[in-house]
Design a protein around this ligand. Structure first.
Ligand code: CMC
Length: 442
């Protein structure tokens, strides 16, 4: 290869064979893992692979949805800084931006809002499904189950290669997720279910389905409605996180989007992902008072517990969403009264940000650190926190799903492995296998 043509290549030397390979460097300083396959000692070998447990240094796709600069603490949706969107936009407009790629015109927004608003109702049989859950069933378990069950109500959704079909399911999933969430909540409280009110905003209607009692018309508090709307918006997408990766990976089998979204919601449920906001509240309650913060930090440093709501795979700086949420908290507390847990959270943050353990590991508050204190002040039980996260994240999952299906380079997701198990051996009949160790047999 001529010297000038080598500019965008990387030269690898395999010292086992002495052979040299020039591999192309692509966008974003990437190597194509398939280019490694040519590296082999013998012609009949499989060839070299990348080994990257938990995908810590592997790009699984090219994406135009969300950009995170973890070093500088920057987050954009389709190029728009999250701070500008939180300040000037609203959740429904942002769902359009994430999924369609552009901010909608006035007409587009009206159409989009109409379609989503008119897909908020659930089939009556869903109520029977919910009745089957115990009174104390976790609402995330109910959400995951109902999302999967929706695939049985809309069998036509399997036609994932049809853009019109996908469009319809997108309206349904964004429209129905708050209804499922509110029904799950009312079920757990033994309260009658409240049906959607199409006169209200997306978020106002959600509050209506949650809190309406005997009043003829529910009127959401505008400050709380706005605050929750911004919280949904801040959770809209976060590039290739665990649940987005689940949505893409499961969706790559061309299953319908309800099953793929159920898989994504299941991934979100874990305490290291969307379940962290619930875990933060439990942690703040356990600490109980500002005076106990220093002792708790010591336990974290001893490796006994994690400081929930801190740290992030990508952010090595303050999560910009946490900064906005901290501001929203003050507005909400003006209405609800101050949640005393916020003082414990602020003290934790203050001590942690000065402590070498956290500084050296670049651990900062993430999106979940302050959101729980707001949700609690608004009256949500802790179990609902990951559900609120899921409502906000649904458009992100759908945007990632749409992008995956329309990307010609994507195929069914199927990672490789490095087999480290036993070499071939012969089957041993049961009577020749000897005795189990006493403990294992008991
Ligand atoms: N508290 C104490 N130590 C921590 C924490 C924490 N929250 N997070 C990371 N560390 C330590 C970790 O023990 C390791 O230390 P060492 O180098 O001595 O082994 C170092 O920091 C690097 O951490 P890591 O586990 O290699 O980082 P990761 O990228 O694999 O994990 C994380 C990222 C978010 C899972 C992790 O920071 C964590 O468990 N945080 C708490 C749970 C949480 O808040 N999750 C919400 C994430 S944001 C919402 C979302 O997008 O889902």
């Amino acid at each position: 290869m001529a010297k000038e043509n080598k500019k965008n290549t990387l030269t690898l030397t395999d010292h086992r064979t002495g052979k040299t390979y020039d591999v192309e460097i692509g966008e974003g300083s990437t190597l194509r893992a398939m280019d490694l396959r040519q590296i082999k000692v013998n012609a009949d070998e499989f060839g070299m692979m990348g080994y990257d447990p938990a995908f810590t240094n592997t790009a699984s796709c090219r994406s135009t949805v969300t950009m995170i600069d973890g070093e500088r603490g920057i987050l954009w949706y389709r190029g728009y800084p999250i701070e500008q969107l939180a300040e000037q936009s609203n959740f429904l407009e942002v769902t359009h931006l994430l999924i369609r790629g552009e901010l909608p015109t006035r007409e587009e927004l009206e159409y989009w809002t109409y379609e989503i608003t008119h897909h908020t109702f659930l089939h009556e049989n869903v109520k029977k499904l919910l009745e089957g859950f115990r009174y104390d069933a976790h609402p995330m378990g109910m959400l995951v189950s109902v999302l999967a069950a929706l695939s049985t109500f809309y069998p036509e959704a399997r036609d994932v290669r049809d853009p019109e079909c996908r469009r319809k399911q997108i309206y349904r999933l964004i429209g129905k997720t708050p209804t499922i969430a509110a029904f799950a909540y009312r079920h757990s409280r033994g309260l009658p279910l409240v049906y959607p009110d199409n006169d209200l905003s997306y978020t106002g209607n959600f509050l209506n389905m949650l809190w309406k009692m005997s009043e003829v018309k529910y009127e959401p508090n505008p400050v709380l409605e706005k605050a929750l709307d911004v919280l949904f918006l801040l959770h809209g997408d976060h590039e290739q996180n665990c649940s987005a990766n689940a949505m893409r990976s499961v969706g790559s089998s061309e299953v319908d989007p309800y099953c793929a979204a159920a898989a994504a919601a299941a991934a979100l449920y874990g305490p290291l992902h969307g379940g962290a906001n619930e875990a933060v509240l439990r942690m703040l309650n356990e600490i109980g008072h500002r005076k106990n913060v220093a002792a708790y930090i010591e336990r974290v440093k001893q490796g006994e517990v994690l400081l929930m709501g801190f740290g992030h795979r990508v952010y090595k700086n303050y999560d910009p969403r946490a900064r906005i949420i901290k501001r929203i908290a003050d507005e909400v507390f003006e209405v609800t009264g101050r949640n005393p847990l916020i003082d414990i959270a602020k003290e934790l943050e203050k001590i942690a940000l000065e402590d070498d353990y956290f500084v050296s590991r670049r651990l900062y508050p993430n999106v979940d650190f302050y959101s729980g204190s707001i949700y609690q002040a608004m009256g949500f039980p802790v179990e609902m926190y990951p559900v609120l996260f899921a409502i906000g994240r649904m458009p992100g999952w759908l945007a990632q799903w749409e992008e995956m299906l329309t990307d010609k380079e994507q195929k069914i997701a199927r990672p490789r492995q490095v087999y480290v198990g036993s070499p071939q051996r012969d089957y041993v009949p049961l009577e020749k296998r000897g005795k189990s160790p006493a403990k294992a047999a008991s």
